[in-house]
Design a protein around this ligand. Structure first.
Ligand SMILES: CC(=O)N[C@H]1[C@@H](OP(=O)(O)OP(=O)(O)OC[C@H]2O[C@@H](n3ccc(=O)[nH]c3=O)[C@H](O)[C@@H]2O)O[C@H](CO)[C@@H](O)[C@@H]1O
Length: 370
């Protein structure tokens, strides 16, 4: 099968596309791929590293408020459609799969206009602007949450699949997770990660709790800061946490997140949809701090569903302090029964077969075409 993947801006839209691609390749090894992303999106760095051919279009997202920038965005959209049509005519895909983020707007729209079968995947309960717009044109929509279905009433084929990142993390090599961090197998560790771009508030809490970590002598803490916060966060932690320094690992980004999650005892994170799907696929206990800076506060329902199931705890950002975070971490890390119960509850929320469900849908829409 010839497949165009598109989606991006943040990891939450890129990794689902990569996971769908990986699954297709396993089932149909002769498949070939082209990823179309934004020039300045995170995808322009991540995708080529995965060995997938990458083409960029120049596109920006809409501002939700009235702004002259939006006029430029509309112009770039049509330029993006033209460029996408040229790329699609050359590559001749059997299907175009979009996973949200503004870049997939012109690509999927262009494909639909050329009569190429199209499927989009939505990660969040409330769809983003781009997927909402595209739902009128695509042949299939795969949703992560059953509650999202009514938003896509205009599409004839909507399946509740889950998030394909879940399937990717299920296959991850746990041993490699420890090894990549330089830890002996089965060393207990906590990962603190603020989503694909990092989170200032989580980094701040991590810095403030770092001196207290010496009270947890057996536990390592991996702090993933996001590229833009790395230097500053690392320097501040080094200045504060001398006695427990060797057990605190500060990193800008993790390119092997599935492996690290598979090995982690506890995850402290934002409540982005893909990360939540990953931790529930394998049942990692979590402390989630939803970002208050996202459209419609959509991370809070993600975090609440995890907390309500007993799979994790939620701390609202306004209640997040170094002390509060340390207290919750030490309570969970000090109680293995509680961690086991959280892990079980976490797994019960997971939908690890998401990639297979999406593959079936892709096959369905491509068959219709013939
Ligand atoms: C600020 C913002 O707009 N956040 C949105 C964005 O989040 P964001 O891009 O942060 O998305 P998620 O938390 O859903 O996913 C992050 C993805 O990046 C990966 N990862 C992250 C850090 C790292 O160092 N290495 C790594 O590989 C994770 O494993 C995961 O697969 O998209 C999500 C999915 O639409 C939304 O739910 C989030 O609300």
């Amino acid at each position: 099968m010839r497949v165009v993947l598109t989606g991006g801006g943040t990891g939450g839209h890129i990794y689902p596309a990569l996971a769908i691609g990986r699954d297709i390749k396993e089932r149909e090894p002769d498949s070939s791929f082209l990823y179309i992303g934004a020039l300045r999106g995170l995808e322009s760095r991540i995708v080529p590293q995965q060995g997938i051919p990458f083409e960029a279009i120049h596109i920006t997202g809409f501002r939700r408020s009235l702004s002259f920038e939006n006029v430029r965005t509309v112009m770039r959209f049509w330029q993006g459609v033209r460029r996408s049509k040229a790329l699609l005519k050359k590559f001749k895909p059997d299907v175009v799969v979009g996973t949200g983020g503004y870049v997939c707007g012109p690509v999927v729209y262009a494909a639909a206009k050329l009569g190429i079968p199209t499927v989009i995947h939505e990660q969040n309960v409330v769809p983003g602007l781009t997927n909402h717009f595209l739902s009128r044109y695509v042949k299939g929509v795969a949703v992560s949450f059953a509650e999202s279905k009514p938003h896509f009433a205009k599409c004839p084929d909507v399946v509740h699949a889950g998030n394909p990142c879940a399937s990717a993390v299920l296959r991850a090599d746990r041993k490699q997770g420890f090894a990549s961090l330089g830890l002996a197998p089965e060393t207990p560790f906590v990962v603190v990660v603020g989503g694909s771009g990092g989170a200032k508030a989580l980094n701040e809490a991590a810095v403030r709790m770092s001196p207290a970590l010496s009270a947890l002598p057996d536990v390592h803490v991996v702090i993933v800061t996001g590229e833009r916060f790395y230097e500053e966060t690392k320097a501040r932690i080094e200045g504060l946490a001398s006695s427990s320094q060797s057990r605190i690992h500060v990193l800008p980004y993790l390119h092997n997140m599935p492996e690290v999650l598979a090995a982690a005892s506890l995850v402290v994170s934002r409540a982005g949809a893909s990360l939540v799907a990953e931790i529930t696929a394998i049942g990692v206990p979590s402390i989630l701090v939803p970002s208050p800076n996202v459209t419609n506060n959509h991370q809070e329902p993600n975090a609440r569903s995890v907390a309500d199931a007993g799979a994790g705890e939620m701390i609202l950002e306004r209640e997040l302090t170094g002390d509060a975070l340390f207290e919750r971490i030490s309570a969970i890390m000090g109680d293995s029964d509680r961690r086991a119960a959280m892990s079980k509850a976490s797994r019960s929320l997971g939908m690890p077969e998401a990639a297979a469900a999406i593959y079936e849908q892709i096959r369905r829409v491509t068959r219709q075409q013939r």
